[in-house]
Design a protein around this ligand. Structure first.
Ligand code: NAP
Ligand code: MG
Length: 505
């Protein structure tokens, strides 16, 4: 970048961009050795290939959870704005579906490459808007998001090969609603398969983390994606509600809380709208006595403290075999003291800021309930910054399956430890939940891994690792964790119809 913070020089091209967004660019701080990231004062809605002012004339702030500082104002899309976006997507659909798969793949490849070229910018922006550490946005969120575009670019011209004889067709306009915990990655998970399959999209990011989805729109422009193929409507829950109720949608894809998922299911019922729901979880992380305990400790730490525990598939219930419980908990408690909590832009930071005041309040409430219920709370003694939202790594021992902290999703850096004697008891306890998104097993025995994987009611079962993602592996839930899969052939099938009735085998 040619300008430093505070500079008043504005080249013509930048000026043009300002006008397009309706605001002046400012510069956000970045970690040493990385570029400063430009953030506009205001962002319009991305409709029909350009940024437009909202007809609602309303704007919402988005801020940095680590400091509380406002980063930008973002348009609030009301019903008329949502309608405008759905119409733009509908107008773009006939031409987009007629593109050859090869062509659609080319656009997706271009987006993936551009995302990697601008990886640092996206990592810094995501860290600022979300609060998660730069190490994660740099090493996990951004590369994985690019991988999703690459992966689906490769599918776009092979749909007939993947679903032989099934004559796959796109669905039409897809409405997609995503949460704040992986803003860029969730946008990629939603947009990439939808476009590969030939659909057009209206995406609704979360109110508190819209900036990387909006930056992705710049890549769509840069990649020459035809106007209207992807539209992004920012706003709050009311925007999401307006989108999922729009009669012009052929499909709704939602990732978020179980409560909102249930509401959406009721809203689309009887309309013939396809629906996939990726909802909450209370993942069981099982450590058997024969496991490599030190490695298991690292896995458990990754399972619950990655992304401050704001992970739907987090391993938030640890089940340790009784014979190793004492030694394992001692190792774990020593380990959490070494988790570095603080400035998310510092590349040595392991755990960043809690995403919002509301999320912090929920974590606080559930931890208080855990203590009131008789469980013992252990917290890292790390120093927490004075402003912004923070919670130290927390482990509860003496937890019973009936405790709220063992049943409810906390969505924070809080682990509930339970014990088991036999593998049968571990399975019974692991499945004793209304959710079914993820589980993990640590053991040295291959046969035991398979035995567990067959019995655990979870969409993903990790073995001797946790929280690893790959676009080729279908991801999704059982029970109140939702239905439908993202990733893999199953994820692709969820964006297609098969007019000859052949189910994709
Ligand atoms: P949320 O309140 O359900 O919000 C998710 C998205 O839905 C946001 O964009 C939200 O907008 C929007 N929304 C809110 N009310 C709506 C309504 N009535 N109709 C349509 N859209 C509506 O969940 P969250 O608090 O953002 O995220 C945390 C939850 O998501 C956790 O329970 C977590 O487990 C789950 N999650 C699941 C997965 C998965 O893959 N299974 C992944 C990530 C998160 P606003 O944010 O603007 O209000
Ligand atoms: Mg924010």
């Amino acid at each position: 970048m040619d300008e430093r913070p505070g500079s008043t020089a504005r080249p013509a091209r930048r000026r043009a961009r300002e006008l397009e967004f309706g605001g002046a660019w400012r510069y956000a701080p970045a970690p040493e050795g990385t570029e400063h990231v430009a953030i506009a004062e205001r962002y319009g809605l991305f409709v029909g290939g350009g940024f437009v002012a909202p007809r609602s004339r309303r704007w919402l702030p988005t801020s940095d959870p680590a400091t509380g500082r406002q980063l930008a104002e973002v348009a609030w899309a009301g019903e008329r704005d949502v309608d405008r976006a759905v119409r733009a997507a509908a107008a773009a659909f006939p031409a987009w579906r007629r593109h050859s798969g090869d062509d659609r793949g080319r656009f997706l490849f271009r987006i993936a490459r551009l995302l990697l070229e601008r990886a640092r910018e996206f990592a810094v922006l995501e860290t600022l808007d979300n609060g998660k550490p730069i190490r994660e946005t740099r090493d996990i969120d951004v590369p994985l998001a690019a991988q999703h575009f690459f992966h689906h670019a490769g599918w776009a011209d092979k749909l007939d090969l993947v679903f032989p004889g099934a004559r796959p067709e796109p669905l039409g306009v897809v409405g997609q609603v995503i949460p704040w915990n992986f803003p860029l990655l969730m946008a990629a998970w939603k947009v990439a398969p939808a476009l590969a399959a030939g659909n057009t999209v209206v995406l609704k990011p979360a109110e508190t983390s819209p900036l990387t989805a909006l930056r992705l729109c710049e890549l769509f422009q840069q990649a020459g994606l035809p106007p209207g193929v992807v539209n992004v409507v920012t706003g709050d829950g009311a925007t999401g509600r307006a989108l999922v109720r729009h009669p012009g949608l052929a499909k709704v894809a939602f990732t978020g809380s179980t409560e909102v998922g249930k509401e959406i299911q009721r809203a689309v019922a009887g309309r013939g709208t396809a629906l996939t729901l990726e909802l909450g979880g209370k993942g069981a992380h099982i450590v058997c006595e024969d496991a490599a305990l030190d490695q298991a400790v690292e896995g458990v730490v990754r399972g619950i403290f990655m992304n401050q525990g704001h992970v739907c598939c987090a391993g938030s219930r640890l089940l340790v075999q009784e014979s190793v419980h004492k030694v394992f908990v001692a190792k774990l408690l020593a380990r959490i003291e070494r988790i570095r909590v603080g400035d998310p832009l510092d590349k040595n930071t392991d755990m960043g800021a809690i995403h919002s005041a509301a999320q912090l309040a929920r974590i606080r409430e559930l931890c208080a309930a855990g203590r009131a219920g008789g469980a013992t709370m252990h917290q890292s003694r790390c120093a927490l910054p004075g402003r912004g939202y923070w919670w130290a790594p927390t482990v509860f021992t003496g937890v019973a399956s009936s405790h709220r902290i063992a049943r409810e999703e906390i969505f924070g850096p809080v682990l509930a430890v339970l014990t088991f004697r036999t593998p049968e008891e571990a399975v019974a306890k692991a499945n004793n939940t209304s959710y079914g998104l993820s589980a993990g097993v640590w053991t040295d025995k291959g046969a035991r891994i398979l035995w567990f994987a067959e019995r655990l009611e979870a969409g993903v079962v990790w073995n001797n690792t946790f929280n690893r993602f790959d676009p080729a592996a279908p991801f999704g839930g059982y029970k109140e964790s939702g239905f439908g899969r993202e990733g893999g052939r199953q994820g692709l099938a969820a964006y297609l119809r098969f007019p000859n009735g052949l189910a994709p085998g």
